[in-house]
Write a new protein. Structure first.
Ligand code: RIB
Ligand code: CA
Length: 334
């Protein structure tokens, strides 16, 4: 009896978190780094599928970039599904109007880019999220690294899904610091405010939020960049090309810094002790098209709306070491 109990405890403690990653991955960036970290911590997380959404770039480009990164990670076999191309309501025209009326936008992601040709692949990410969650009720964690369009569409199509999702862990929003798309809103929430509001108000039991409040405390600098770039593996060369020459272009701007953003989500999934206790808050998102479109709203306790656990503090030196060590692993693509 004792051995079985011990094995049970060991298994429970060591069972890897089963996750679906929803991403708006660009050429590499924080999404690419996060995917690499998640696939290089097999004892902690098991990436069961990757779903693609428009955000940083249009979903067609994100699909291509994500596949290229999975190949560099030797993970070509990871299932990837194409999701929503457009937010629930926001459009490029609305974003341009907002820039004219309420001040220049800091970042507008895909809205500022030419659309690629429609990929020859079914847009079945929403159905796949529903199918996988229903096949493993209470066992799957959704890791949202971009606008929440796919997750909102899945919840709207199957309202009972909320109670079957084990937990949602996401990078998005901000509460006590300025936004980074508009002054009032963080990019993932700004790109699709309606989706963010629907998901925050949903009945998903556990929602863990990595907003700009904690992300602004995790800033990569040139020295941190150099320590990774010097590994010169196929993956770190892509990292160096993106962070070094594109954004924040460390080679041209050695004094630049950039938040690890999404990679705080993977750091937490791999080692939650690197973060301080979360703050339990009832949050919603402003979906009124105007200066505050996409801004996080703090609500008083409301019947039936479950709170969000918002992260505020992080042991950044330890998170950076984890980020660096997982990105510089010498793992050869198959
Ligand atoms: O605000 C940061 C978020 O916007 C991150 O998910 C980053 O990838 C960009 O999409
Ligand atoms: Ca992202």
């Amino acid at each position: 009896m004792k051995v079985a109990l011990l094995l049970g405890i060991v298994f429970t403690l060591s069972a890897a978190e089963r996750i679906i990653v929803d991403t708006d991955c660009g050429y590499f960036g924080d999404d690419g780094a996060t995917i690499a970290m998640l696939l290089r911590a097999p004892g902690k997380v098991k990436v069961e599928a990757v779903t693609i959404v428009s955000g940083n770039v249009w979903s067609g480009d994100s699909l291509r970039y994500t596949r290229e990164i999975l190949a560099l990670l030797g993970a070509r076999q990871t299932p990837v599904y194409l999701g929503a191309d457009l937010p629930l309501r926001h459009t490029a025209a609305m974003a341009q109007e907002a820039g004219r009326k309420w001040g220049r936008l800091e970042f507008q992601g895909a809205f500022g880019e030419k659309k690629p040709r429609e990929p020859q692949l079914p847009r079945n990410a929403v159905e796949e999220i529903i199918r996988r969650v229903e096949a493993a009720p209470g066992q799957l964690t959704i890791v949202a690294l971009g606008p929440m369009t796919n997750i909102a569409l899945a919840l709207r199509k199957r309202p009972s899904l909320a109670g079957r999702i084990k937990s949602l862990v996401f990078m998005g929003g901000q509460l006590r610091v300025p936004g980074n798309a508009s002054k009032q809103a963080e990019f993932n929430f700004w790109f699709d405010p309606e989706a963010a509001s629907l998901v925050l108000r949903s009945g998903i039991r556990e929602k863990t939020m990595f907003g700009l409040d904690v992300c602004n405390r995790a800033m990569l600098d040139k020295a941190g960049f150099d320590a990774i770039a010097k590994a010169r593996t196929p993956l770190t060369q892509r990292f160096a090309e993106d962070f070094g020459n594109r954004y924040p272009a460390f080679y041209k701007n050695p004094k630049a810094t950039v938040s690890l953003w999404d990679s705080l989500v993977s750091a937490w999934l791999v080692d939650p002790t690197l973060f301080g206790p979360p703050e339990r808050l009832h949050l919603d998102v402003d979906t009124q098209f105007g200066e505050n479109y996409g801004k996080v709203l703090e609500r008083k306790w409301t019947e039936g709306v479950l709170p969000v656990s918002m992260m505020n503090t992080v042991n950044y030196p330890a998170v950076y070491r984890l980020f660096r060590d997982l990105l510089t692993q010498h793992v050869h693509a198959h």
